[in-house]
Design a binder for this molecule. Structure first.
Ligand SMILES: [Fe+2]
Length: 309
């Protein structure tokens, strides 16, 4: 090969974009349930698009079937052109690949998003669905009223003993974010139900950081509120922090394989910032704390639309 060609090829290799930096660690077993998790992403700005590209790169080796959205899906206006710029365009390659999105509503979301077909909410602000042996409960943490709590209790009662129970919604029950932190009023009404009916894992957003919290009463809590927005330096690592990351945007990959849940959190730069495996605990009904019925009269309203992101 001519010398100038060798130099040219070497130059092109140096200038080409960095390959996907994060090796997907989850094994992607044939019968597993695979998903991605994003929260607080709907800005329409560059970081959201960068994260969506990382998601697509990951999808090539870890073909997840769906994405759960932890709220603040569309910031600001929600006209058709907003929805294009803040959802349909950034996630187009995933949508084209047949990936489904399941949304929950954040404080910045227009409640009419529940009628938006690609969000798979079917007009409901809270709803449940099942994938393999995993049951999902999407809650509306903006307005937690007795009807929703009663619905949740009835839903949590059902299903087989071998099923995972996963709840997702916007406001975190446990968070070390300096801006918002733990939603303790919401915790008071939801946690007794989660404990009584053996919820395994909870995903929330709202604080624009990533945090994995040490198990609380046997339940794992993740905050993923940095898939578009980022509040750098906002995580005050506390005694409950198992792993925190607040210097770049992130998203999560999650795989359920039998009684194991593998997770991996990947940054906008393609770096794996957290990963691990959670084994589903078989818990007995005897460890129940307060009867869930005692909190069914409570209403927690957290709608602060228009507030600072
Ligand atoms: Fe929020």
């Amino acid at each position: 090969m001519r010398p100038f060609l060798v130099v040219l090829i070497a130059l092109l290799m140096l200038l080409s974009p960095a390959p996907f930096g994060a090796q997907v660690t989850a094994p992607a077993k044939p019968d597993s349930v695979r998903m991605a998790v994003i929260g607080d992403m709907g800005t329409g700005e560059t970081p959201q698009y960068d994260i969506s590209r990382r998601m697509m790169e990951a999808h090539a080796t870890f073909p997840f079937d769906f994405v759960i959205m932890l709220g603040d899906n569309i910031y600001g206006g929600s006209t058709p052109s907003d929805v294009d710029r803040k959802f349909s365009t950034p996630y187009k390659p995933l949508l084209d690949a047949g990936v489904k999105f399941y949304a929950s509503l954040g404080n910045h979301d227009n409640s009419n998003e529940r009628f938006y077909a690609p969000y798979n909410m079917n007009g409901a602000a809270y709803y449940a669905f099942k994938k393999g042996n995993v049951r999902f409960f999407a809650l509306n943490s903006n307005y937690m009223d007795p009807q929703q709590l009663e619905w949740l209790e009835n839903e949590l009662k059902g299903g087989g003993d071998g099923d995972w129970k996963i709840c997702f919604f916007h406001h975190p029950l446990y968070s070390s974010g300096k801006t918002h932190g733990s939603s303790t009023d919401l915790r008071q009404v939801l946690e007794p139900l989660f404990i009584k009916y053996h919820v395994d894992v909870v995903f929330a957003g709202h604080d624009h950081v990533y945090e994995r919290v040490k198990p609380q009463n046997g339940i794992y809590y993740f905050t993923e509120g940095a898939s578009g927005e980022l509040r750098a330096g906002d995580l005050k690592q506390t005694a409950m922090t198992a792993k925190g990351f607040d210097s770049d945007n992130t998203f999560m990959l999650v795989e359920f394989a039998g009684s194991a849940m593998n997770f991996q959190t990947i940054s906008r730069a393609g770096q794996t910032v957290d990963s691990g495996t959670i084994q589903r605990q078989v818990r007995s009904s005897a460890n129940v704390l307060p009867p869930a019925s005692s909190i069914l009269g409570a209403v927690v309203v957290r709608t602060i639309a228009g507030a600072a992101r």
